[in-house]
Design a protein around this ligand. Structure first.
Ligand SMILES: Nc1ncnc2c1ncn2[C@@H]1O[C@H](COP(=O)(O)OP(=O)(O)O)[C@@H](O)[C@H]1O
Ligand SMILES: [Mg+2]
Length: 262
């Protein structure tokens, strides 16, 4: 079964077609790459999936359910969470509290549970949320930074903290928008291992946008290439690396694109 299906999705901003008739299916457990030059429409696709933008034409399905007229928080509750190209953390909160607040969002706070909190359940739930926060921070290599305010963390660690927050919401599908931006080559390779590890541990499907080709080629099962909003290619990392159209439009200019992103 496909976890995510885009069927003939188009997004126009006035006269600009940012995403032009895009279709792809992502299978359960896949790590699926979305690449292309700056302005190709990659982040717009994330914004369409997460209902930040409305779709002009076409449909998006999540586990065979059509996503329409939903609010971004409803999409998150269904099991799609994301990180942002422009990091969106609670800058004044510690790393710990950034993750803990996300864990709270995923907790069960029905009226019934608020009433019985007086009988002890609330305390147990708090303890569980703290435990989950501890585990996520340790997994992401952030434990030693837990008391540091998010805005004081180096860029690479802020990106990892965003992933920890996204995981705290218990996603089935995780969308990562340039998670390695601002990381050095060693951190980037560690991130690649981490993405594999979280896929296994949380039984996730991952959709990832990245300009670091070592990471994309090393971690993805399949890759979709966009150019000016138009689908250019879909294939395994090997097929994409050898695709003449992709080399011409993007890979041959990789260094230039990468430099533009810094
Ligand atoms: N809210 C918006 N209003 C108008 N144009 C937009 C908006 N968001 C994105 N765009 C345009 O859509 C195109 C694709 O942008 P984007 O999806 O951010 O590209 P990428 O993530 O591949 O670099 C760009 O030309 C961008 O300027
Ligand atoms: Mg983008």
């Amino acid at each position: 079964m496909s976890v995510l299906s885009l069927k003939n999705v188009t997004k126009r901003f006035g006269g600009l077609t940012a995403v032009d008739n895009v279709s792809f299916d992502i299978e359960q457990g896949e790590i699926f790459g979305l690449i292309g030059p700056n302005g190709a429409g990659k982040t717009t696709i994330f914004n369409l999936i997460t209902s930040i933008y409305s779709i002009t034409e076409g449909q998006v399905y999540f586990c065979d359910q059509k996503l329409e007229r939903l609010k971004p928080f409803e999409i998150a509750n269904m099991g799609i969470t994301r990180t942002f190209q422009n990091i969106r953390l609670f800058k004044k909160l510690t790393a710990y509290d950034n993750v803990l607040t996300a864990c709270h969002k995923s907790a069960d706070y029905s009226i019934f549970s608020s009433i019985i909190r007086w009988f002890g359940k609330f305390k147990i739930q708090e303890k569980n949320l703290n435990k989950k926060t501890d585990e996520l921070l340790k997994l992401m290599g952030l434990w030693e930074y837990r008391d540091i305010v998010a805005s004081n963390l180096p860029y690479g660690l802020q990106r990892k903290l965003e992933i920890a927050r996204a995981l705290a919401l218990d996603p089935k599908l995780l969308l990562l928008d340039e998670p390695a931006a601002g990381m050095n080559p060693e951190e980037t390779m560690q991130l690649m291992e981490l993405i594999r590890e979280i896929r296994e541990k949380f039984d996730l499907t991952v959709l990832i946008i990245e300009h670091h080709m070592d990471l994309i080629m090393g971690v993805c099962d399949r890759i979709f290439v966009l150019n000016f909003g138009i689908p250019l290619a879909l294939g395994t990392p090997k097929e994409i690396q050898e695709d003449k159209k992709v080399i011409e439009a993007y890979l041959g200019k990789e260094e230039k694109n990468y430099a533009e992103c810094q």
